[in-house]
Design a protein around this ligand. Structure first.
Ligand SMILES: [Zn+2]
Length: 474
């Protein structure tokens, strides 16, 4: 489109005749080669073809519909006639191209605006946001490309710790405290707070991450309601990490050179920007902190009405339901420090999904905020149930609401539960491997019919098990 437009502008005299015949797509190089290059035109003319709309024409020539309508005195842009000759105005050359910047860990509006040679206000305005708005991983920013005097790009260099000032950081990075203050939008080099991210001009000798942090990965981005979020922190030395995500404590498990936390995002949790805070305790006793904003988006779950017969409903007294749930919650609190699974999970049974995880449920037409905490597979009674991944059985027993259950601990706070079984073939404490039969499906407990309910919990929170079948964690 823009290419065509450029050609037209350069070669207007030769092309206008062709345009008028509706042959604007025909290559014109051979015609043009014989002629001297004409001066740039003020405007060109286009003859309306069958099927044309003003919008389509405007798009084709890279001009706005308004400009096109104004140039031709059109009162009703919806009404143009075949054969009508339209003046195509010269588009404004300064119309800005927009570059899209994907927000990376540790970035802030300040650093990104500095990187592109813009003021934070300009960048905020181009994205219809306030300067105080928070950026989030997985988000993008439109960067207007009015190339000006680009100051040197900046990189995240350091988080200030106790007793650290811009002056001491400047010494370390061989720069002046005033340049650091300017690069960070701080009016005085003596006004920095512990935990502040400080940006240092890139040409100075800088380190990328505050020791001992060496990198940060999350999967998926953005995070999704009702799904598992994997958080990886690369480390320069083995340290113990503590952290919280949106106020919920996270357990970090050690792997070579890194630490990893798996967090279940509650299916009913509010969406939006959440904060992850990770703290490393150094040998010296000092604490290093890493803060990251992460976007959580809706899981887009459907709704269903579940009808429960009167006698079943009578058996489901709040006390029975609650005490059973609470005893299971205790089991789900375990955070086995070793990772017992490898690779993707397999489906525990071959049935079709009859009720997906996260489906908002209305029991007997009552409005309620509950949701389906598992994945139901439609299988007849007696269908083998296989361990979806390696682990250790932590429960194998009959319950009132869930019927015969098996719970497998896969380590790192990841667990699978199977409800309503007709048969249990394992015992608590037993090690199982992926694909091993652990029981048979049924309809025991308060079940609406034969099916296998597969519940997965990560950090105690019910999550969509199918994510573990489709993706490999961590
Ligand atoms: Zn279910």
């Amino acid at each position: 489109m823009s290419r065509l437009h450029l050609d037209i502008r350069r070669w207007t005299l030769g092309i206008v005749a062709l345009l008028a015949c509706g042959l604007q797509q025909r290559p014109v190089q051979s015609v043009l080669a014989a002629q001297p290059e004409p001066p740039p035109p003020e405007a060109t003319v286009y003859t309306v073809q069958p099927g044309d709309t003003l919008f389509g024409i405007a798009q084709q020539f890279g001009v706005s519909v308004d400009a096109l309508a104004a140039a031709n005195g059109l009162d009703d842009p919806g009404h143009i006639n075949v054969g009508q000759r339209l003046i195509i105005p010269v588009p404004v050359e300064s119309a800005e191209e927009v570059l899209v910047h994907a927000v990376e860990p540790g970035e802030a509006l300040w650093s990104i605006s500095l990187h592109y040679g813009l003021s934070p206000l300009e960048l905020a305005a181009a994205n219809h946001m306030l300067r105080s708005d928070t950026l989030f991983l997985g988000g993008t920013l439109n960067v207007p490309q009015h190339a000006g005097d680009h100051p040197p790009p900046c990189r995240l260099a350091h988080y200030t710790g106790d007793g650290e000032t811009l002056a001491s950081l400047a010494l370390r990075y061989d720069t002046s405290p005033w340049s650091l203050a300017a690069a960070n939008g701080i009016c005085s080099p003596f006004l920095s707070r512990p935990g502040h991210a400080v940006w240092v001009p890139a040409e100075t000798e800088v380190i990328d991450w505050p020791d001992p942090f060496a990198g940060f990965q999350i999967h998926p981005t953005p995070a999704v309601q009702g799904r598992t979020l994997s958080i990886g922190i690369s480390l320069t030395l083995p340290v113990s990490l503590t952290g919280s995500f949106h106020g919920t404590p996270q357990t970090f498990f050690s792997t070579p050179g890194a630490a990893r936390a798996l967090t279940g995002i509650d299916a009913l949790s509010e969406t939006g920007i959440r904060t992850l805070v990770v703290t490393a305790s150094l040998e010296s006793g000092a604490l290093a902190r890493y803060v990251q904003r992460i976007l959580v988006v809706p899981g887009e779950y459907s709704e269903e009405i579940v009808t429960i017969s009167e006698d079943v409903a009578a058996a489901l007294t709040p006390q029975v339901v609650q005490s059973e749930a609470e005893s299971l919650d205790q089991l789900f609190l375990a955070r086995t420090p070793s990772r017992l699974w490898q690779g993707r999970f397999v489906l525990p049974s071959p049935g079709d999904i009859t009720s997906a995880f996260g489906t908002r449920r209305h029991y007997n037409l009552q409005t309620s905020s509950s949701y389906h905490t598992g994945t139901d597979l439609g299988v007849i009674i007696g269908t083998p149930v296989y361990a979806p991944a390696d682990g250790v059985v932590v429960a194998a027993e009959p319950l009132t609401v869930r019927g015969n259950i098996i719970i497998i601990d896969h380590g790192w706070g990841v667990m699978s539960g199977f409800w309503h079984l007709s048969e249990i073939l394992v015992e608590a404490g037993e090690t199982v491997v992926r694909g091993q039969q652990v029981g048979s499906s049924g309809s025991t407990g308060q079940s609406t019919g034969p099916h296998l309910h597969w519940e997965m919990r990560v950090g105690g929170v019910p999550v969509d098990a199918l994510q573990w079948v489709n993706e490999e964690f961590p």
